[in-house]
Write a protein that binds this ligand. Structure first.
Ligand code: AMP
Ligand code: ZN
Length: 479
């Protein structure tokens, strides 16, 4: 595996190129991914992003990296686009509950949805409200270094001052003059020196519920500062990977970079990974556009876009059939096709178990394994990996139809590595479990039958034997 480890290439949004992956510390990887704003149920688009990072996390671990995966929960400070109201506070007002109840409710829901997709938990899941002190400290340093100013109890990042020393917008490749000339103000404030200056701290009025004391008075943090503060706290001044959806590239991630440069003089991450958007009828799925589809609506078929329900594993398969950097359009036809394909792929392990190996061999499991690694090493190319699964499926059909032979060495290799790629790396239901579990149930049944036979209760023991025989499982009592 270490041979494969050296060949991992990651598309880095910073250079817009695929680059060989080199971690800062030999076998450790620090990865920060922007988590959800917990003011509503996550839609399938959000899930696509987290599913993609689960694949990356699992693969890095498979390559024997010791990964620290930090994925935050935004529970304060994410302002709505149309007003300067916090999304969570707005939701609390609408639902007539405490903001922290909103946070708890949607955090729980987020976890339970990701469980349906069988995602692994991050190693640390910090909340913005749990790191107010760290955010205040970072803002103080930015002010001290001359890149932020306070005005009427709020603090803003000073883009003009920052741009004299550093390049702003390097991730999104935006021209600084264009940014400055964009007249749009995101929060309608007149306290800013420049409309594009972004809030690090916002003054809270008396009726505001979520607020904290700070050197600038009572208020709450801006959205971008939480990720900088938490990333630094858990991964240090410089870590390996920072990720999130493509829509976060600008302004969120460029603002994060600016904040880190202001304090530590450098971009916080070596590799920036951005996942592309899930769309519906060609339009980005989003809560605000009103075209979001919720995972549960698809699991139980209650959304009228779809003709039927689809399981979490089919949805995940559909997501992995596209590379994470491409857009992916959700439709009933696409899901139907994915379901059909998934039904085939999920039989592979069982089919391999049924094959009786011979002495001759026409199969090259080593080459197949190498191709699987090459797919994943090519910027986590899951569709290429799935294509390898189909190659194996075809190989199995050829073996079954006797146009190919396989020996036990190659057969075992296929089993071992299919299980690794399908279960451990893509995180699908364990291909073996159904069979293993059924085997265990059968053992229990046979034990009961033996006991009944010992008691000469032949009526029950014969009933079990006959029913099993109808299922093709024949018991030989003579042995
Ligand atoms: P939010 O809760 O809006 O901050 O979104 C959580 C994560 O989901 C972010 O990384 C977003 O970039 C990502 N995201 C939002 N909409 C989509 C979409 N339609 N497709 C893929 N990812 C998305
Ligand atoms: Zn973030």
């Amino acid at each position: 595996m270490s041979a494969y480890k050296q060949h991992l290439k990651i598309y880095n949004s910073l250079s817009s190129k695929k680059e060989a992956f080199k971690s800062i510390n030999k076998d450790l990887v620090g990865m920060y991914v922007c988590g959800p704003t917990v003011y509503d149920t996550v839609h399938l688009g959000n899930c696509r992003t987290f599913i993609s990072f689960d694949l990356i996390y699992r693969y890095l671990k498979h390559l024997d990296y010791n990964v620290r995966y930090v994925r935050n929960i935004t529970d304060v400070g994410h302002l709505t686009d149309d007003s300067s109201e916090d999304k969570i506070i707005k939701r609390a007002r609408i639902e007539k509950i405490e903001p922290m109840e909103v946070v708890q409710k949607y955090t729980n829901e987020f976890h339970s949805i990701l469980n349906f997709f069988k995602l692994q938990n991050p190693d640390i899941e910090p909340t913005a409200t749990g790191h107010i002190i760290e955010q205040i400290e970072m803002i103080e340093k930015i002010i001290k270094n001359g890149y932020a100013y306070d005005k009427n109890g709020s603090v803003y990042f000073d883009l003009i001052s920052f741009s004299k020393d550093f390049n702003y917008g390097e991730l999104s490749n935006r021209n600084f003059d264009d940014i400055i000339n964009e007249s749009r103000t995101l929060d309608g404030s007149s306290d800013k020196k420049n409309p594009q200056d972004f809030a690090l701290w916002k003054k809270a009025n008396k009726s505001h519920i979520m607020k904290w004391r700070s050197p600038w008075g009572s208020g709450f943090p801006g959205w971008h500062i939480e990720c900088s503060a938490m990333g630094h706290k858990y991964l240090g001044e410089k870590f390996d990977i920072h990720g999130g959806g493509l829509d976060l590239k600008f302004p969120h991630h460029d603002c994060e970079i600016a904040q880190s440069k202001s304090v530590y003089g450098n971009n916080p991450a070596n590799y920036w990974i951005h996942t592309n958007m899930l769309t519906l009828n060609g339009k980005k799925m989003s809560k605000s556009a009103g075209n979001s589809v919720l995972p549960f609506e698809i699991f139980n078929g209650s959304n009228n876009i779809f003709s039927k329900s689809y399981s979490p594993m089919v949805l995940k398969f559909f997501i992995y059939q596209a590379h994470y950097r491409n857009t992916l359009d959700l439709s009933d036809e696409a899901l139907k096709a994915s379901e059909k394909a998934y039904e085939k792929i999920k039989t592979i392990y069982k089919e391999l178990e049924l094959i009786v190996p011979g002495n001759e061999n026409d199969c090259d499991a080593e080459l197949w394994i190498k191709n699987c690694y090459s797919s994943m090493n090519d910027d986590f190319n899951s569709p290429k990996l799935i294509a390898e699964f189909f190659n194996l499926y075809k190989e199995i059909q050829d073996i079954k139809s006797k146009s190919k032979n396989i020996d036990s060495v190659n057969l075992k290799k296929y089993q071992e590595y299919f299980s690794i790629f399908y279960t451990d790396i893509l995180g699908f239901d364990d291909a073996k479990s159904e069979k293993n579990q059924l085997g265990e149930v059968l053992d229990i049944l046979l034990e009961i039958r033996d006991k009944e036979r010992d008691k000469k209760n032949y009526e029950v023991s014969d009933l079990i034997r006959d029913k099993l025989s109808k299922l093709g499982i024949n018991i030989n009592d003579e042995q």
